[in-house]
Design a protein around this ligand. Structure first.
Ligand SMILES: Nc1ncnc2c1ncn2[C@@H]1O[C@H](COP(=O)(O)OP(=O)(O)OP(=O)(O)O)[C@@H](O)[C@H]1O
Ligand SMILES: [Mg+2]
Length: 474
């Protein structure tokens, strides 16, 4: 298998997950900053386009209405002047309107602006005193841009006179076009400013994310003590950084525990191995003087010690992988206690008190639970002055096992520590009769796998270990 150190010069490629990240980074749209900027530009563009079109429409409508009112009042004004028999040669009217005064014979008496003096703009005449707003002359029916003609007929000393006032839609058109032109000119500018603002703001908001990413990319398994920079604000990014740091702290603690475990385990394995090898080597150096029986005793003792440690380490490893299954068989804890008590009586001269043992059936794995009882019994026997007492009781769906001794007890501040792996309170006691400090760690793991709990209290004097396990349902 080619590796980074492959002497054959095989190409060393980054792990698959890193390659994927690199490949994705090539697309412009993979940048959140780019996506935010594009989204902001789209929103601003659509808002401006819709808003601009609405504005042009409203302004146009209002201009058309104004022009219409202007042309009506123009017709009325001129009408009231000519009604007195005065027909001015020069009519002064508002910009954008034109007026024509026509007599009953259809002759144009006067007009303003560009209106033709030769003939009337239309032959339609309202009756005297009446006013008509004539249909616009736009290209399409109802086209507001077109001219509006207002006809007013008044009676005058010169007979009935009709005033035609025409508004030119051109002024309205021009104003509307001008507004449209300025809006169209301003739109790209506003877009540019908004795009720039979105780009800068997104960049600023995402800067901590980039520094977090760069820091995490740089953190290897060896420097888990490093932390990502935490922005001072408690926003999503601040929380992300804090969560990440908490995760790094957990990883660091777990890696430290693993390292400590490996180093302690190696140390524990080396001692019996060294003792064993030393015996064998001395004997081999002087085979003729060697006491081979004594050597084989040491080899057997240290060998079984090694086997026990390896067995315990394997159990703990299985538990760490979540593979320590509790089992579902009914196990009589009282029977396990009687068995262990018998064993203790056979191998030690410690008195065993079984008065408090009553029936107690739990759900679990017999071998694992035997191990719990044995580890507690061994500890108690090792530390007891004269007596070890067992109790088994059953109440409210819980079976309680207590193992007490009349030894030195465990100081309150050490009662949690004794359940840690390789924890030994009295190091001097540990060799050669002592254990590896795994017994209670194993008790803890097995009890936990069975859904129970274990704690240390005072037996006054001595230590008292109390285990609670769910009872086997009857
Ligand atoms: N009944 C007890 N009285 C006083 N101290 C105890 C008692 N039980 C355990 N301890 C202390 O807790 C430590 C851890 O116990 P544990 O059973 O885990 O390890 P060990 O007995 O030293 O080794 P092992 O059980 O692996 O052979 C012991 O070394 C001892 O100092
Ligand atoms: Mg022990």
């Amino acid at each position: 298998m080619p590796t980074a150190a492959d002497p054959a010069g095989a190409r060393v490629e980054p792990p698959a997950h890193e390659r994927r990240v690199e490949g994705a980074a090539r697309s412009v749209f993979s940048s959140v900053r780019v996506r935010i900027t594009i989204a902001a530009l789209l929103v601003v563009a659509v808002t401006l386009a819709v808003g601009g079109a609405g504005l042009v429409f409203l302004v146009h409508r209002s201009l058309v209405n104004n022009a219409r009112s202007a042309v009506i009042s123009e017709a009325d004004n001129v009408g009231s002047v000519v009604a007195q028999g005065v027909v001015p040669t020069h009519l002064v009217v508002r910009v954008g309107t034109a007026v024509q005064v026509v007599n009953a014979k259809g002759q144009v008496l006067t007009s303003s602006g560009d209106l033709d003096r030769r003939g009337p703009v239309t032959t339609i005449r309202p009756p005297v005193g009446g006013r008509m707003i004539l249909a616009t002359t736009g290209e399409l029916p109802g086209d507001d841009d077109a001219d509006t003609t207002v006809a007013v007929t008044v009676s005058s000393p010169k007979g009935p006179l009709t005033v035609y006032a025409v508004s030119s839609g051109e002024a309205t058109e021009n104003s509307t076009h001008l507004l449209g032109f300025f809006l169209a000119l301003g739109l790209p500018f506003v877009l540019l400013i908004s795009g720039l603002a979105a780009w800068i703001l997104a960049g600023r908001a995402l800067r901590p994310v980039e520094s977090i990413r760069a820091e995490v990319a740089d953190i290897s398994g060896r420097d888990l003590n490093r932390r990502v920079p935490e922005p001072p604000i408690d926003d999503e990014i601040g929380r992300l950084a804090r969560t990440m740091n908490a995760m790094l702290a957990r990883l660091e603690a777990s890696t430290d525990r693993q390292r400590q475990f490996v180093s302690d385990a190696s140390h524990e394995l080396r001692s019996p191995l060294a003792a064993l090898l030393a015996q064998v080597e001395v004997a081999r150096a002087h085979p003729e003087r060697a006491d081979w029986e004594a050597v084989s005793d040491v080899v057997a003792a240290e060998g079984s010690r090694l086997e026990r440690i390896i067995d315990e380490l394997l159990l703990l490893a299985r538990s760490d992988e979540g593979q320590l299954e509790a089992g579902t068989e009914p196990v009589d804890l009282d029977e396990l206690v009687f068995g262990e008590a018998q064993r203790l009586s056979a191998v030690t001269d410690i008195a065993v008190d079984l008065h408090g043992v009553t029936a107690g059936r739990v759900t679990g794995d017999t071998e694992q639970l035997r191990r719990v009882v044995r580890n507690l019994a061994d500890n108690a026997a090792r530390h007891a002055r004269s007596t070890v007492a067992f109790e088994v009781g059953h109440h409210d769906g819980v079976v309680e096992l207590a193992v007490s001794d009349d030894g030195p007890g465990i100081p309150p501040d050490q009662r949690l520590r004794v359940f840690e792996r390789f924890a030994r309170l009295d190091e001097a006691r540990d060799r050669p009769g002592g254990g590896t400090g795994l017994g209670l760690a194993i008790v803890g793991e097995i009890v936990q796998a069975h859904g129970g709990s274990v704690m240390v209290t005072d037996a006054a004097p001595g230590a008292r270990f109390e285990v609670e396990l769910p009872a086997y349902p009857d």
